[in-house]
Ligand binder design. Structure first.
Ligand SMILES: O=P(O)(O)OC[C@H]1O[C@H](OP(=O)(O)OP(=O)(O)O)[C@H](O)[C@@H]1O
Ligand code: HPA
Ligand SMILES: [Mg+2]
Length: 168
């Protein structure tokens, strides 16, 4: 029986881990684009969580054309209707052909659904994926269960932890 709340089943990701996993994502995407030699035209990071993986992917694949899209949907751990509050340069991204959309994770898939409406031909890549959102993503690295909350290094800090066998 698992009666823990989603955020209590945590998958804690360090900077080192997100760096390795984002590099693995870049490796998977290399030579898969529709341009000459399998190149990609541009990277669009979904802010804010997609920015760190997008920086690593664009560095590995030598993509200099990097833009952002901002979709707001979560307030802490509760979800509301997603809205685009900042779009990329549509003259550059067009219908999304040759564009890599990068995010840290897909959970329900609602964020990617909104972005896909804007750029239907883009390739969607996330570092982590939960089962519900998987159909929305073209490439991902690691799957975690739906009831797992992923904690990213930018939301955490090193702190003291009581030993299993305390003073009393
Ligand atoms: O698949 P979904 O259920 O839509 O959830 C995934 C999205 O939720 C988180 O972003 P959030 O909206 O919390 O904003 P942030 O990136 O600024 O933290 C995460 O970074 C994804 O973008
Ligand atoms: O598991 C998660 N972790 C961090 N942010 C999120 N946004 C949706 N799901 C998650
Ligand atoms: Mg996000």
């Amino acid at each position: 029986m698992n009666d823990r709340l989603p955020h209590e089943k945590g998958f804690h990701v360090s900077w080192d881990q997100i760096h390795r996993d984002s590099r693995a994502l870049a490796w998977r995407l290399d030579h898969q684009g529709p341009l000459e030699d399998g190149a990609w035209k541009a990277v669009v990071a979904i802010t804010r969580g997609g920015m760190a993986p997008a920086m690593i992917v664009s560095r590995e694949l030598d993509i200099r054309m990097v833009d952002t899209i901002s979709v707001k949907s979560y307030q802490h751990q509760s979800q509301s209707e997603p809205v685009v509050i900042k779009s990329p340069d549509m003259d550059v991204v067009g219908d999304g052909t040759g564009v890599l959309i990068v995010d840290d994770l897909v959970d329900t898939g609602r964020t990617l659904e909104v972005v896909r409406k804007l750029m239907p031909k883009a390739h969607f890549a996330t570092v982590y994926a939960k089962p519900k959102g998987k159909p929305m993503v073209n490439t991902y690295i690691t799957e975690v269960s739906q009831d797992t909350w992923i904690f990213f290094p930018w939301d955490m800090a090193l702190q003291y932890v009581e030993p299993y066998r305390g003073k009393d």
